[in-house]
Design a protein. Sequence first.
Length: 80
Amino acid sequence: MATKWFSLSNTGTPTDPGDYTALPGLPTCASGSDQICAIEAEEDTSSQPVIDDALKDAMIEALHTRTNQPNVQLRVDPNP
């Protein structure tokens, strides 16, 4: 199944698929390493991302190392 990028809302919870919006292309995240900005995932029948254990692990790794992962982009905290 094909994957696509999803953007997390500024006040969203990273593990809640309902807090993401599908993007038409690659994400444009403000440089930073504080919060999840976007994820690349399979799309379910409700047009929401499928957040499986592997993706959760990539999110944890990105936040722990403060470094983007191939399927997880980080941003500066929009609500400091």
